[in-house]
Design a protein around this ligand. Structure first.
Ligand code: 5GP
Ligand code: MN
Length: 318
């Protein structure tokens, strides 16, 4: 039996389904969760989407208000679906539910995925988890409506950086299908790439004021602290785009952004041409893709910076 057949059967059998995703959820995480939720609701399932902290920038997505930030301890579900997450740790608070619920499905597109579900639909060639959701919904014979399409298109758009990376001809075919289902292309673009908040803009300003260019112009480095975060009143995910400013500088191969969180530093790495940043992330129990990855290292700041720089230097060419 194919994975898609198993998934269809598991969904058919389940009455109540819990959808979870990774912490610090991005457009693909929130989009795939809500897109899949709308699909399962069409199949008349009882569905909860559990995301403890989610950035309000996604409030334009249909169903955003249905997201549960907490669940009662005694809640129970027949099936748990983990989206856009390469491993159990990545699920953070969602992990205990994934471990508690008897039947589990993983749908993802990370090359580092550990196939930790009972059924795992992991297509690492796909642009986004949202793109894989289209395939899964098709296998379940759910027709994609405007609400589903809006959520799905959002994840495809954000995970490809506006249809730049991880794009296959299929990505455009699927995006075209979402357009046929009625999504408002301009409105989604504005919501995810243009619209911002004062707090987000101030955090970016702080990070840019600290930008360092190292290793003969090949590495860009910056960081934000927990104090910055509190000072501006930032929400989870507000740092998302900062690392790209370093990557966009002429001559830079790798951009590093450190973010102080719970006494350690979350690292975001982006490369341009040849450094495989997923190798570095795997070494530190993180994950991601060839040109974009993330993981955590212990502080203090200088130590964290040295640890990451040392790993990058191993791959830098003269
Ligand atoms: P970002 O730098 O935007 O946080 O993450 C870049 C990529 O690495 C994304 O695909 C994200 O899912 C992945 N990633 C970031 N942090 C972690 C982590 O701690 N664990 C895993 N497995 N993947 C991560
Ligand atoms: Mn993704």
């Amino acid at each position: 039996m194919s994975v898609l057949d198993s998934i269809r059967e598991m969904v058919q059998k389940a009455k109540s389904i819990l959808i979870i995703t990774h912490e610090n959820p991005d457009g693909d995480a929130v989009g795939s969760s809500l897109g899949f939720m709308h699909g399962l609701l069409k199949l008349e399932k009882e569905v909860d989407v559990f995301i403890p902290k989610v950035n309000k920038m996604f409030s334009f997505l249909p169903g955003f208000d249905l997201i549960k930030n907490e669940l009662p301890e005694d809640a129970s579900y027949d099936l748990c679906v983990a989206l856009d997450s390469s491993d159990l740790e990545r699920l953070a608070e969602g992990r205990k539910w994934f471990e508690k619920i008897e039947n589990t499905i993983v749908i993802d597109h990370h090359i580092t995925n550990q196939n930790f579900g009972d059924a795992n639909y992991v297509n690492a060639v796909a642009s986004s988890t949202c793109q894989n959701i289209i395939v899964v919904l098709a296998a379940m014979e759910v027709a994609i409506n405007k609400d589903m399409a809006t959520c799905i298109y959002t994840g495809m758009l954000t995970d490809t950086g506006g249809f730049r990376y991880n794009v296959q001809t299929e990505t455009f075919e699927f995006a075209g299908m979402m357009m046929e289902a009625g999504v408002n292309i301009a409105e989604i673009y504005r919501n995810v790439f243009d619209l911002t908040t004062e707090a987000r803009t101030r955090l970016l300003g702080r990070a840019l004021s600290r930008l360092e260019i190292l290793e003969n112009g090949r590495v860009a480095f910056t960081y934000v602290t927990a104090d910055d975060w509190n000072e501006f009143g930032n929400q989870d995910g507000d740092h998302e785009n900062i690392v790209n400013y370093g990557r966009n500088i002429e001559g830079v191969e790798v951009s590093i952004m450190l973010r102080e969180k719970d006494g350690q530093y979350k690292v975001s790495l982006r490369s341009n041409d040849y450094v495989d940043v997923s190798i570095i992330a795997s070494k530190y129990a993180g994950g991601g893709h060839l040109r974009a990855s993330g993981f955590a290292v212990p502080g203090p700041l200088e130590q964290a910076k040295e640890t990451v720089l040392a790993e990058i230097k191993k791959q830098l060419k003269d």
